[in-house]
Ligand binder design. Structure first.
Ligand SMILES: [Cu+2]
Length: 280
C-alpha cells in the first residue's frame, strides 16, 4: 500500500452505494439553491426520510455542522480500519486518517503534487476548475493559513461556528478542486474506481480527501488551543440514520432512484471562486 492510501477494504465500504448517497445528499441538501431546485417529488421523499436540513450552509450553526459531520466521518473510517486488527496487533490502534500537518503548497510537491490539467483547450474543464490551479490562488490561501487559520490571535476572534463556515466555502472547496484530476465521463457512477475529488459523491473514496479533511479537523484543535476551551460540536447535524440499516453516515439506495441521481447534473463540491488582483 502506497503512503497515504486507504486500505482496500475500507475503500470499498466508502465506495458503497449507501455511503456515496449519504455524503452526496448531505452536501446537496445544505445548499439552498440545490435544495430549492429539486423536483417536488424528490424533495418530499428526502423530507420523509429525515433529510430536510435544519439550516443551509451559510446560516448560523452550519459551520458546526460542517466540522461535526466530517469529524464523525473520520472517526468512522478510522474505526473501520481497526476492525479485527486487535487480534494480531496487540491492541495497538492505528489511524488511517493522518492529516496533512502542513499543506503541500508546492505544485510539484514530491508526495502530493497538484494534478496538472490542460484547461486552455477545454471550456467544460475551465468551468469546473476555474482558477483553483493557479499559483496566485495557491499563494492567497497560503497567506490565509499563515495569517488566519493557524494564527492564535485570529482564532481568538472568531467563533467555532464562524470558523467552520469560513473554511467550508474557501480553503476547503479550493483544496478539493486544487488536488482533483480530470473528472470521469460519468461523475455519478457507482464504480469503485470513481474517486473524483471534485464531487461529494466520490471525493471520500480518494486518499487526498482524508489528508485535507484531517487538516480541517485539526483547525478545531487549533481553535480550542488558542481559546483555551474544549471545542463543543454538540448540536451539529450529520443527517438522519439510514432508514433501513440504522447506521450512521449511510443512506438507503432507494434515494438513488427517487432522486434520479444518475441523470442529475454533476454534483460539485462548492467553492467560492476568487477574483484576484495581480499582486498575489
Ligand atoms: Cu464532505
Amino acid at each position: 500500500m502506497a503512503y497515504g492510501d486507504i486500505p482496500q477494504a475500507v475503500k470499498e465500504k466508502l465506495a458503497s452505494e449507501r455511503i456515496r448517497m449519504y455524503h452526496a445528499i448531505w452536501h446537496l441538501v445544505r445548499n439552498e439553491s440545490s435544495w430549492n431546485s429539486l423536483p417536488t417529488e424528490s424533495r418530499e421523499q428526502l423530507i420523509a426520510d429525515g433529510w430536510e436540513p435544519p439550516r443551509f450552509e451559510t446560516q448560523e450553526g452550519a459551520g458546526i455542522d460542517f466540522l461535526f459531520m466530517h469529524q464523525r466521518m473520520i472517526e468512522m473510517t478510522n474505526s473501520w480500519a481497526n476492525e479485527g486488527r486487535h487480534h494480531y496487533h496487540h491492541h495497538i490502534k492505528e489511524d488511517v486518517v493522518i492529516p496533512w500537518v502542513n499543506i503541500p503548497w508546492d505544485h510539484n510537491d514530491p508526495v502530493w503534487p497538484m494534478p496538472e490539467i490542460d484547461l486552455a483547450s477545454n471550456p467544460d474543464l475551465q468551468n469546473i476548475f476555474r482558477n483553483s490551479k493557479d499559483q496566485n490562488v495557491t499563494n492567497y490561501y497560503k497567506n490565509r493559513v499563515e495569517n488566519e487559520f493557524s494564527n492564535r490571535e485570529w482564532l481568538r476572534n472568531i467563533t467555532l461556528d464562524a470558523l467552520g463556515t469560513e473554511l467550508e466555502r474557501s480553503i476547503h472547496g479550493w483544496m478539493h478542486m486544487h488536488w482533483s484530476s480530470e473528472p470521469p465521463d460519468n461523475t455519478n457512477t457507482l464504480d469503485v474506481d470513481n474517486d473524483w475529488l471534485g464531487s461529494p459523491f466520490s471525493s471520500h473514496v480518494n486518499s487526498h480527501f482524508w489528508k485535507l479533511h484531517g487538516w480541517i479537523d485539526n483547525r478545531i484543535v487549533a481553535w480550542g488551543d488558542a481559546n483555551g476551551v474544549e471545542p463543543a460540536l454538540s448540536g451539529g447535524w450529520d443527517g438522519p440514520l439510514d432508514s433501513v440499516t440504522g447506521e450512521m453516515h449511510s443512506a438507503d439506495p432507494k434515494l438513488f432512484k427517487a432522486l434520479k441521481f444518475d441523470e442529475l447534473p454533476r454534483i460539485m463540491m462548492l467553492w467560492d471562486d476568487l477574483l484576484l488582483e495581480d499582486e498575489f
